[in-house]
Design a protein around this ligand. Structure first.
Ligand SMILES: [Zn+2]
Length: 348
């Protein structure tokens, strides 16, 4: 894989795994007992508030939707559009014909797509696969991923959307060599953290120090995997459950600020990610540090030190730089002449 060591400007990326109950479908539990079940019911309001904040500071994100979330399960004609897609590995089956509307709304919320598309900021619509198929689970294969992407692409075309970005469910990447054939030019990875490399006996302490103190976050750099760009995540903006309930907003703000400033200073990516249900766990609390971060992006952007693109736009910008396409309105890295293949690097 070729790593791009430095960009002309830092980049702020935000990817949002939009899945609701599909995110827990592979678990062998009653979905109504899952820790985020109640938050799913607050996702619509939380997304509305998040979109308003993004509009205020002109922040664009990549919303990666699970395809099934966007269909009407009781519409036979709509379901018939995706015959090649097998039933997902859903361990707790839902009877769409008899389920209560409130229960169904945690699986099927097509209005979220309209909300994102109607926002003032121009967000990207990506895919989180058609049915949240998780690599490594029983039945997962290259063929299954192909079927998932074929169904997602067909649905996107039906909705007038051109898919460019895949966010792998559970961040478990697999068979990345087939992505370009499905028009996918970018995917996200979550690199192993410094903490996960420590001996087990130190990991617990290091984890708490990192979570509860304003330890700066790492930034990342794009990589080229065959014909597809890898845009590694830098920071998971976590819900407020479990140990995170004691994480203060001051720490969250400090971490976001450190990532943005490091990206601006070093020409790297500060790529945050979360699920709508993370925000919905406590929107009053979690939207405040995000707003501070969006304001900081706006300030750094005004100073010409940082830009904010979607993942698909970032892949396009990097590709343009590689192919030495004409100057675009977005900042673009400059490919150092005389270097090719593994030696190629991009610098300011
Ligand atoms: Zn997911």
């Amino acid at each position: 894989m070729t790593t791009i060591n430095s960009l002309e400007k830092g980049l702020f990326l935000c990817s949002i795994d939009t899945e609701l109950a599909w995110g827990s479908a592979h678990r062998d539990i009653d979905p109504t007992t899952y820790q985020h079940w109640e938050s799913y019911g607050r996702v619509r309001d939380s997304v509305e508030r998040l979109l308003a904040l993004m509009d205020r500071y002109d922040i664009r994100a990549t919303w990666a939707f699970v395809g099934r979330l966007l269909i009407d399960p009781r519409d036979d004609a709509e379901n018939a559009l995706y015959p090649e897609n097998p039933q997902p590995a859903r361990k707790h089956l839902v009877n769409e014909r008899t389920a209560e509307p409130e229960f169904l709304s945690k699986w099927y919320t097509p209005e979220l797509l309209q909300m994102v598309q109607n926002a003032g900021a121009s967000h990207e619509i990506g895919t989180h696969t058609f049915s949240h198929a998780v690599a490594g689970e029983p039945g997962y294969s290259k063929e299954l991923l192909q079927q998932e992407l074929t169904a997602a692409t067909k649905q996107a075309e039906h909705l007038g959307i051109s898919l460019k970005t895949l966010i792998y469910p559970k961040n478990r990447t697999a068979h990345t060599e087939i992505l370009a054939d499905h028009g996918i030019s970018a995917y996200r990875t979550v690199p192993e953290s410094r903490i996960s490399k420590l001996p087990p006996v130190l990991r617990g302490v290091a984890h708490r120090v990192d979570a509860y103190l304003p330890v700066p976050v790492d930034i990342s750099y794009p990589e080229l995997d065959g014909d597809t760009w890898v845009l590694p995540a830098s920071y998971y903006y976590r819900h407020t459950g479990g140990w995170a309930r004691w994480q203060s907003n001051l720490v969250r703000r400090a971490k976001l600020r450190s990532g943005l400033r490091r990206a601006a200073k070093n020409g790297g990516l500060f790529h945050i990610w979360f699920h709508p249900y993370d925000i919905a766990s406590d929107p009053d609390r979690l939207l405040k540090p995000l707003e501070a971060a969006f304001k900081e992006v706006s300030t750094l952007r005004d100073k010409g030190l940082l830009d904010n693109l979607t993942l698909g736009e970032t892949a396009q910008m990097l590709q343009d730089a590689q192919t030495e396409a004409p100057e675009r309105e977005h900042p673009r890295p400059q490919v150092q002449p005389g270097k090719t293949g593994a030696e190629r690097s991009v610098s300011a």
